[in-house]
Design a protein around this ligand. Sequence first.
Ligand SMILES: N[C@@H](CCC(=O)N[C@@H](CS)C(=O)NCC(=O)O)C(=O)O
Length: 192
Amino acid sequence: MALRLYHFAACPFCEKVRLSLKHMGLTCESVAIDPDDRGRVEAVSGQRLVPVLCDDDRVIPDSTRILRYLIARYGESNMLPQSPADQALAWIVEDYADEVLGPLLRSILEDKNAAGGPLQTHERRELERHLETQFRNLEQLFSQRRFAFGDAPGLADISLYAFLGCLVRLGKREISAGFPHLKAWYGRMEAP
Ligand SMILES: N[C@@H](CCC(=O)N[C@@H](CS)C(=O)NCC(=O)O)C(=O)O
């Protein structure tokens, strides 16, 4: 096994893979990419998006495909809950983080709408409302559980944390005290 990850720091999809590799106890060579120069990513994978994982001569683009590959190849390593139904839900949360939180947070952080234009006031208000709804749902979840599927973090927590962490770090925003259980979960995820 010789794992190599092409990535850059501010990418939440890359963060999800970095955190998962660490959680699984897998060591990996890091190839830090300049977001404005995709030459090395294109050369190795034939496309420009990061993350890309290489495992010897196998090349895997896309964070979800990478995670599915790592779990299938190297074992679940506490990434997935026990029951098959909960495992399916964990992958559904992973997809939710990519497809709902990802675009929402990106629009808010970059102040751009889906078409790439500047946000109008009413669009910004609508996005903040949508984010508030996500926070309310997550607050309810973590008011009942320490982590998404019990007492230890796994794929679902890592996926949520990778995206919310971008909002906190890049957007310099805090999880509001109005969401105490979500804030406490975030603190548990931050702990080394
Ligand atoms: N579905 C992909 C999305 C990856 C993605 O959008 N990566 C961004 C960085 S966060 C990127 O490389 N964007 C470059 C571009 O859009 O040209 C995944 O899960 O890995």
